[in-house]
Design a binder for this molecule. Structure first.
Ligand code: UD1
Ligand code: UDP
Length: 382
């Protein structure tokens, strides 16, 4: 049983569903459960349509609310489905409330939890994602870390990193794998399809023109008016300095907070510049087309940071820490938090000093992580 709910999980699930369809048809049956954490057409349905993900077997339609209320409602709905359908394992992805609810519901009724994207840490527990990821890791039976750092983090927290498959994987003896990143699989798989089919560059009138791509949605940035205003002040300044369009597919959370808290002077600057282009959230094919052609990416998204790396674009990360520390170590990305001056300086530095191949070592595997995950689940739980 695959539990998904938020945009990035739906996209991640495409890689596993594809691997099951290609290599494990007849051997593995997948039941997809959608919690309904994300529900707008362009935050959910578009990905099922575009990425060949099977229709969810069940929709909980939980929707938006506070952490406790949302996670609690998911727990209730998921537990009922798990009791009724008795899956051999439950797969959860990443670090959202849907991830935590799936992991808690399954582990309490003794269904093995498979955590894809285990081990990553920002070491900032003020982020809900950090709590979700830690809790999920510690109730999982099979943990798949995309990076070497993730493995080291788990070791530090007491996990035994033992490749001895003679010892059965159980709740009390979880097994940890270093497997590469399923989003690298997806980026490779969908890259050429996006190039061939996406019309987003035409729609945004940026075909053949340089532009910056930006996404912002972390609660630490959106819910704090000082940080949110500083980020958009910085983006407007850089756009004006370099005469570059900034394309911003706007997450609904950010739209809501910008409407409520952007200062009148910021909105005037944005409007007068004519260079900040807000668009609705886009499908994954359009998103990776925008990433492929951008001169630089500014983001606070976990997924978009890595995709910038996959497509060899310099990346300015609007966070104070990242769980993807390798990106910072290779200098392909830089952390600026919501500091306007750091943002402007970092963009200028990247644009004036292009990166080289040495900034892009192969740290996310070979593009076959999903296949490895399916193979080892079958071996471990058969
Ligand atoms: C969630 C995850 C975050 C992940 C992000 C991916 C948690 C705690 N956070 O954050 O880790 O990076 O998804 O995008 O799980 N909304 C809509 N339509 C939608 C979905 C959301 O309008 O389809 C609006 C609602 O006003 C909602 C707000 O966005 O209150 C936030 O949604 P929510 O799912 O609670 O958190 P995200 O910020 O999306
Ligand atoms: N994404 C998308 N359309 C958008 C913005 C993002 O398809 O308008 C994709 C992006 O390519 C990445 C994923 O959504 O694969 C990242 O999700 P998000 O930034 O919402 O969450 P995070 O990764 O930070 O948890």
């Amino acid at each position: 049983m695959t539990i998904i709910g938020a945009r990035p999980q739906i996209i991640k699930a495409a890689a596993i569903s594809r691997a099951i369809e290609t290599h494990y048809k007849g051997q593995v049956e997948e039941l997809i459960v959608h919690t309904g954490q994300h529900y707008d057409e362009n935050m959910s349905a578009v990905f099922f349509r575009e990425l060949g993900i099977p229709e969810p077997f069940a929709q909980l339609s939980i929707g938006s609310s506070s952490h406790g209320k949302q996670t609690g409602a998911m727990l209730d709905g998921l537990e009922q489905l798990m009791i009724e359908h008795k899956p051999d394992a439950v797969i959860v992805y990443g670090d959202t409330n849907s991830t935590l609810a799936g992991a808690l519901a399954a582990s309490k009724i003794h269904i093995p939890v498979v955590h894809v994207e285990a081990g990553l840490r920002s070491y900032n527990k003020a982020m809900p994602e950090e709590i979700n990821r830690i809790m999920t890791d510690h109730v999982s039976t099979l943990l798949y870390s995309p990076t070497r750092q993730g493995i080291d983090n788990l070791k530090t927290e007491g996990f035994s990193i033992n490749s001895n498959t003679d010892v059965p994987a159980t709740f009390d003896h979880p097994r940890v794998y270093h497997c590469g990143d399923i989003m690298y699989d997806n980026s490779l798989h969908f890259s050429e399809i996006a190039e061939r089919t996406s019309t987003i560059l035409k729609t945004c009138e940026c075909e053949g023109k340089p532009y910056i791509l930006c996404t912002v949605h972390r609660n630490t940035n959106t819910d704090d008016p000082v940080r949110l205003n500083a980020i958009f002040e910085g983006l407007t300044e850089i756009a004006l300095q370099r005469r570059l369009t900034v394309i911003v597919p706007l997450h609904p959370r950010t739209k809501k907070y910008l409407e409520q808290t952007a200062s009148a002077s910021l909105m005037q600057k944005i409007n007068e510049s004519g260079l900040i282009r807000f668009i609705e959230p886009v499908g994954f094919l359009d998103m990776i087309r925008l990433e492929q052609q951008a001169v630089l990416i500014v983001t606070d998204s976990g997924g978009v940071q890595k995709e910038a790396f996959f497509f060899r674009k310099p990346c300015v990360v609007l966070r104070d820490q990242t769980e993807w520390v390798e990106l910072i170590e290779t200098s392909a990305a830089v952390l600026t938090g919501a500091d306007k001056d750091k943002l402007v300086q970092s963009v200028n530095r990247f644009l004036d000093h292009p990166l080289s191949d040495a900034n892009y070592p192969a740290i996310f595997g070979k593009g076959n992580a999903a296949e490895f995950i399916c193979k080892t689940i079958v071996e471990a739980l058969a």
